[in-house]
Design a protein around this ligand. Structure first.
Ligand code: NAP
Length: 370
């Protein structure tokens, strides 16, 4: 059945495609652990016990706990999730999806057969094959700048008519608009931003923010349940779920995320090194560099290009740096004056600019473009 389409087949792929989770295999076929003491029991007794032991349940029985759990998962919560863009972040998400018992298909421009296999996902190199597997959810996890071309290249007509499309891009208005333009009205749309990555979320996702906007979800119970089912993955991992519009997200994110990444990258250029006398503050800077340097430049560039608030933040950063330098040099100027003239002049002439006004444009020189 599977061999008729060109899926790159591995044991994990077969497992994912046949819908049998690894967890189930492991538990059903495990034989009970025997302590060394048991080996001293008479051979008779031992072989009698062995003959009674249930070693595998091939035909699941309705009263068997294992079978009941699998059935419950099958019926209500197990999703077939396709991840499009199986790079750094796609693989990171896939691990959680698999851990929670979902079936994961991976698709990417590059070949990630081995990586997918090690995670327990099936790598499907051909987008037509991928869509013909009829995933419940298509998670778009490509770089921000390639998202539009990737979405437009997918053979959408091969998908089920009510497929749920999710994006996880670090900017939100841009993919929302692209999805609304490209996806036919019968597809559901959920825009999300897990606000953590393989570094910051490597130990746990507990209390890490997950932003989502249900942009277009059909009214039928099944569609409503499916989107909640998908969001449950993040709820179950302990994320702090924040429902907000894509527009609001981008306003907040420019002031937080873009500034964080920019500062991390500036510090990285300084090539800071750990010393035997690191202060807590310095450790925080080193951590920031570590957290942001693992992300691709495409990601950073996407944050800048596709968030219309980012340019203003970059200008504010520049102005703040200039203002700080003026403040320092102002103090220096005063000391030099004292040394030259013996006393400071009447009144305080130091240019002190402690805080930037909220709007960057107010600081621009007269006549500058606003
Ligand atoms: P990224 O550099 O933003 O994206 C890498 C992914 O994009 C890879 O799967 C890559 O495919 C694909 N890609 C790049 N150019 C492509 C092209 N021209 N055609 C087709 N595919 C292309 O790095 P990332 O960290 O994995 O991020 C993926 C997405 O998740 C981004 O949208 C990012 O904003 C979002 N996100 C990332 C984080 C994070 O911490 N990393 C957190 C939240 C959200 P190949 O590898 O096959 O070349």
């Amino acid at each position: 059945m599977i061999s008729s389409i060109s899926i790159q087949s591995t044991p994990a792929a077969q497992s994912a495609i046949s819908g049998t989770s690894r967890l189930v295999h492991r538990n059903v076929h495990q034989t009970p652990f025997l302590s060394p003491l048991h080996h001293h029991h008479s051979h008779h007794q031992h072989s009698f016990r062995r003959s009674l032991r249930v070693r595998a349940i091939d035909a699941a029985q309705p009263y068997d706990l294992e079978a009941r759990l699998v059935m419950r998962l099958n019926q209500s919560t197990r999703l077939k999730i396709a991840i499009i863009g199986f790079g750094n972040f796609g693989q990171f998400l896939a691990k959680a999806f698999v851990r929670q018992g979902h079936i994961v298909y991976a698709h990417s421009r590059s070949n990630y057969l081995v990586a997918a296999e090690s995670i327990g996902a099936a790598f499907v190199s051909d987008p037509h094959d991928l869509c013909e597997l009829h995933p419940d959810v298509m998670v778009i996890c490509t770089s921000i700048i390639s998202t539009e071309s990737v979405l437009r290249s997918l053979p959408l007509q091969r998908l089920r008519r009510n497929t749920l499309f999710v994006d996880v891009l670090s900017v939100k208005e841009f993919p929302k608009n692209i999805f609304l333009q490209v996806l036919p009205p019968h597809f559901d749309i959920l825009c999300t931003h897990p606000m953590f990555g393989p570094e910051s979320g490597k130990h746990s996702w507990q209390n890490l923010p997950f932003v989502f906007d249900k942009v277009r979800i059909g009214g039928e119970n099944l569609r409503q349940a499916r989107v909640e089912n998908f969001l449950d993955i993040f709820r179950n991992e302990g994320c702090r779920m924040v429902e907000m519009s894509c527009e609001e997200h981008d306003k907040y994110a420019a002031g937080t995320q873009f500034i964080t990444h920019t500062t991390g990258r500036i510090l990285e250029k300084l090539q800071l090194e750990s010393t035997p006398i690191n202060t807590k503050g310095y450790e925080t800077l080193l951590d920031l560099v570590e957290n942001t340097s693992g992300d691709s430049f495409d990601l950073f560039y996407g944050l800048f290009m596709y968030n219309e608030n980012a340019m203003e933040q970059l200008e504010r950063l520049d102005l703040a740096f200039e203002a700080l330098k003026k403040e320092l040099f102002g103090h220096l100027h005063e000391i030099l004056r004292k040394q030259l003239f013996g006393k400071s002049e009447e009144g305080d002439v130091r240019p002190v600019l402690e805080k930037l006004p909220k709007k960057a444009s107010r600081l621009l020189p007269p006549g500058a473009p606003q």
